[in-house]
Each structure stands twice: as C-alpha cells, then as structure tokens.
Design a protein around this ligand. Structure first.
Ligand SMILES: Cc1cc2nc3c(=O)[nH]c(=O)nc-3n(C[C@H](O)[C@H](O)[C@H](O)COP(=O)(O)O)c2cc1C
Length: 179
C-alpha cells in the first residue's frame, strides 16, 4: 500500500485513457465519497458531485469539453464528475466577506484534490478539467442558471506511463520561520 506521500507523488493528470474501459460503480463511489469527506470552511460543504457514466450521455459531455484542441483525451474517459459550486452556510459567507477570501472556491479545490488522490489510491487515472463549455455542461446536466460548474474530473483507466513530476524546487516554495 502506498503512503500518502507516495500517493501524492504518483497522482498525475492522465491525458490518455484506455478506450472502452469501465470503472466499477463501487470504486467510483469510494472516489466521490473521499471528496465528500473533504474539509470546508465552517463545514459549509458548498458542493454537488454529478457522476456521469452512461456511454451515450458521456458522448454529449465530451463535445462540450473538447474545444480549441484542448482535452481531446476525455473521449475515452469512463466517467466524468461535475463539481458544482453550491451556496455555502451563513458562517462561511460571513467569514469569506470579512476576511476577503473565497472560501467556497478553496473548498471545491480541496474536495477535487481528495477525489483525484482517492482515484490514484484505487488505481484509477484522473484529470482535473477547468476548460469546458460550462453553459452546455449545465444544460446537459440540468444544473440551474444560478449555479456554477467550476471543475470536472475525468476518470478512466490510464493508458500512458507515469511521468516525472515537474515541480518548483522545495527550497523555492518552502521556508522556515520567515517568508
Ligand atoms: C484548476 C485546475 C484546472 C485544470 N484544467 C485542466 C484542463 O482543462 N485540461 C487539462 O488537461 N489539465 C488541466 N489541469 C491539470 C493541470 O494542468 C495539472 O494538474 C498540472 O499541469 C500539474 O500536472 P500533474 O497534475 O500531472 O501533476 C487542471 C488542473 C487544475 C488544478
């Protein structure tokens, strides 16, 4: 079993999936369950996860995601998880306002990170997507106008090999006691 650090080091944005490969429902559920367990400001949990797995329905979503040469690989994803920003609770809204910080967006990012790490733990490939036709995605999923789909996570059986991680050097981004 991988340690958490090993999971974090191994997770990558997979941009090639095995065509036609499926992910078992229980596995998908565990991946989304991990996101549901994520922390959020004042426990506001301002999220909704829409899981799309039906092959015919997926095809329409793929059209709404692929654009300007981006994200073509989603055609082979076994599932997509739409991450919709919901209204948060009063305390989180007040806190966001007073501190001038967008807590709900941070919350979604954390939940998304949990989801992709859970996918890695399950041996499932993932890629976070910020580039897609949000209006069309909302139409397809029946998401009300006032809501935003901030991210989509594509899940599938990874077809490519693991890449070397490209990250800023430890000393460049970490300091002790002082900035
Ligand atoms: C908010 C966000 C949006 C992203 N949108 C896309 C996207 O639309 N398409 C894509 O291929 N990768 C997307 N990525 C993946 C990043 O490019 C990737 O995480 C980064 O290059 C680091 O590589 P790694 O995930 O393989 O470690 C997104 C990542 C984040 C966090």
């Amino acid at each position: 079993m991988k340690s958490f650090l090993e999971l974090a080091q191994a997770r990558q944005s997979d941009r090639a999936f095995v065509a036609g490969a499926k992910i078992e429902r229980e596995v998908l559920e565990r991946i989304v369950e991990a996101a549901r367990m994520a922390p959020s400001a004042c426990n506001g949990q301002p999220w909704h996860f829409t899981v799309v797995t039906d092959e015919n329905i997926l095809a329409d979503y793929v059209k709404a995601i692929v654009g300007l040469g981006m994200n073509k690989f989603v055609k082979d994803a076994a599932a997509l998880v739409l991450i919709t920003l919901e209204s948060t609770n009063f305390s989180s809204r007040v806190g966001s306002g007073i501190k001038d910080k967008n807590f709900p967006l941070m919350d979604l990012g954390i939940a998304t990170a949990y989801m992709t790490l859970a996918a890695e733990d399950e041996g499932v490939g993932s890629c976070i997507l910020g580039w897609f036709d949000e209006k069309r995605i909302k139409e397809l999923a029946g998401i009300p106008n006032g809501r935003r789909v901030m991210l989509i996570v594509a899940l599938g059986v990874a077809a490519g090999a693991k890449r070397r991680k490209v990250r800023k050097a430890f000393d460049e981004v970490v300091s002790y006691e002082k900035y």
